[in-house]
Write a protein that binds this ligand. Structure first.
Ligand SMILES: C[S@@+](CC[C@H](N)C(=O)[O-])C[C@H]1O[C@@H](n2cnc3c(N)ncnc32)[C@H](O)[C@@H]1O
Length: 214
């Protein structure tokens, strides 16, 4: 099985206290990914696997107080930190759903969806279908995270490996993490960042999307 939910919960229970510090290096990627969502004031955005809520400030700034932000997160320890962040900032338009992507019921259809460093979700085709079945037609979708760089860029992969081992329950699909997503989303662009060790895929959830044969 590519994704082990119990292992993921244990991994993030341990990691929650130091998570924000460890992600500091990747903040420029987060900014770029959220900019790619092209959010407008008043829109509804879903942050799948929202973790400690590091993306919430940028999402909130983009949709404004008239918009809504829905975070989906199964780890109680990570979610508690996201809740504390939203409480501290007194955001009334943030709904945090304590569930895995496979089970989450979104309170309303979304205009945009973010998968930020959520490899386990990206490799779970049923979870992707479940979330993307609850968004508006034409919803913008952005996914980014670690991936293997080209074999000749092995020094990059020496950095990707320990980061991945701390973040994911299986290295399956690290070559092309968006391969399940492209069956549901018309991917317009896949950018290669941090010397090829990070991808940023963006596209649109189109009802008539017919994926190319693999
Ligand atoms: C590397 S963290 C990323 C957190 C956040 N998106 C960020 O960018 O800081 C991966 C997150 O995905 C969550 N996760 C793992 N399995 C999941 C699943 N099946 N559904 C939703 N989230 C999941 C983990 O609990 C963890 O919080």
């Amino acid at each position: 099985m590519p994704h082990d939910q119990r292992a993921a919960l244990a991994q993030y229970a341990r990691r929650a206290p130091v998570y924000d510090l460890e992600l500091a290096l990747f903040e420029p990627v987060r900014r770029r990914a959220i900019a790619r969502l092209a959010l407008r004031p008043g829109e509804v955005v879903v942050d799948v696997g929202c973790g400690t809520g590091l993306s919430l400030p940028l999402l909130h700034a983009a949709v404004g107080s008239a918009g809504r932000i829905i975070g989906v997160e199964p780890s109680p320890e990570m979610l508690a930190l996201a809740r504390e962040r939203a409480r501290r900032e007194q955001w009334r338009n943030v709904t945090l759903v304590a569930a895995s992507a496979l089970d989450a019921q979104l309170p309303e259809p979304a205009d945009a969806v973010l998968f930020h460093f959520t490899h386990d979700v990206m490799r779970d085709a049923a979870a992707l279908a479940h979330v993307l079945g609850q968004v508006k037609p034409g919803a913008r979708v952005v996914a980014c995270g670690l991936r293997w760089a080209a074999p000749w860029a092995w020094p990059v992969n020496l950095m990707v490996l320990p980061a991945a081992l701390r973040s994911v329950t299986s290295l399956e699909g690290m070559q092309r993490p968006w391969s399940h997503l492209e069956r549901l989303v018309r991917i317009a662009q896949v950018e290669s960042l941090l010397a090829g060790g990070v991808y940023l895929a963006s596209g649109v959830r189109a009802a008539d999307h017919k994926p190319r044969k693999p």
